[in-house]
Write a protein that binds this ligand. Structure first.
Ligand SMILES: Cc1cc2nc3c(=O)[nH]c(=O)nc-3n(C[C@H](O)[C@H](O)[C@H](O)COP(=O)(O)O)c2cc1C
Length: 306
């Protein structure tokens, strides 16, 4: 064969050796996966969302299986910013791939500013992902559901950091392009989409919900067609790169996202089923490009034929 296609992509100021990331909350702080894969092979690692203060998360049951997917309501369980920096970051630093730190606020959006200011001083934080779309912390609405609020928040964050900023959007909206445009106009360097879709499941024997929080976030192959549709809609409206995710389980489902307009992809729930899936998809993408004589993965981005 002899052909070695380029799979390097650029997200903001980040150069990724390949476009395969892990989605926040499905890969812990990476340590959990050391026995399964060579972490150095990943394009980047997105860490589980952290908040300023530690959070215990929601009571059990917090996950349940559904047809072609799962529901979760973890509730942003995390050790908080300072413990993350002291106890989780040293391991992440040593891996040698870009580390994208996902953050969220609990009550006050001002917490984003405190988090970003602190992370800006940390060299090993390669980029920051603003999770403005977590549905599991008891708020009536999400920042990502209010384009004006999203714009104001991202602008305020943009003013205090030069790090690459990625905004993670919620699919629980009527028009995803509104939120994407607000993020771009406010200075976000890239968009991640999609987070989980609100759903619920009932145990008919007990007549009880299967999650303690009644509703939770649906992920997995069940949401893929929605995610691909949203990437395509957003791709046509914005200029900044999209990191696509939602139900990717193999090379072909990853390719759908590139064709719809994603510059990079992230693997979420599939990590729980098949912990080596990221490495297999990286190899699968290279093989696909070589077999189809495509020299650069960027040729595929938005190459959907309509
Ligand atoms: C158990 C679980 C925990 C998650 N935690 C987070 C999180 O902390 N922050 C976040 O931005 N997204 C979180 N997500 C959403 C994923 O990052 C991803 O956007 C979503 O699951 C869709 O991708 P998938 O279908 O490949 O899982 C979580 C998803 C699952 C299944």
């Amino acid at each position: 064969m002899g052909m070695n296609p380029n799979v390097q992509v650029i997200i903001g100021r980040l150069k990724l050796k390949n476009p395969v990331l892990v989605a926040s909350g499905t890969f812990g702080y990476a340590q959990e996966f050391t026995h399964f894969i060579d972490l150095k092979k990943l394009g980047a690692i997105v860490t589980k969302t952290i908040t300023l203060h530690p959070r215990k998360g929601n009571p059990a049951p917090r996950t349940c299986e559904t047809p072609a997917g799962m529901l979760n309501s973890i509730g942003l369980e995390n050790p908080g910013l300072e413990v993350f920096i002291q106890e989780k970051l040293p391991f992440l630093k040593k891996i040698g791939v870009p580390i994208i730190i996902s953050i969220a606020s609990e009550e006050d959006p001002e917490e984003f500013i405190v988090l970003v200011k602190r992370l800006t001083k940390i060299k090993e934080a390669s980029a920051i992902e603003l999770n403005i779309s977590c549905p599991n912390i008891g708020h009536k609405s999400l920042i990502a559901q209010d384009s004006k609020a999203a714009y104001n928040l991202i602008r305020a964050v943009r003013k205090v950091t030069t790090k690459t900023l990625i905004t993670k959007l919620s699919p629980n909206v009527t028009d995803i392009t509104e939120a994407a445009l607000a993020a771009q106009n406010a200075g976000s360097d890239a968009i991640s989409l999609i987070n989980t879709l609100t759903g619920m499941s009932i145990d008919v024997e007990t007549k009880k919900p299967r999650l303690s929080t009644i509703t939770g976030g649906l992920s997995g192959p069940a949401i893929r067609p929605i995610a691909v549709r949203m990437v395509w809609e957003v791709y046509q409206k914005i200029k900044i790169p999209i990191i696509g995710m939602g139900g990717i389980i193999d090379t072909f489902s990853a390719l759908e996202f590139f064709l719809a307009g994603a510059t990079a992809i992230a693997i979420g729930s599939a990590n729980f089923v098949q912990p080596r899936i990221t490495i297999e998809i990286i190899a699968g993408l290279k093989k696909y490009l070589a077999e189809n004589k495509i020299k650069d993965i960027r040729v595929l981005v938005g190459a959907l034929k309509v």
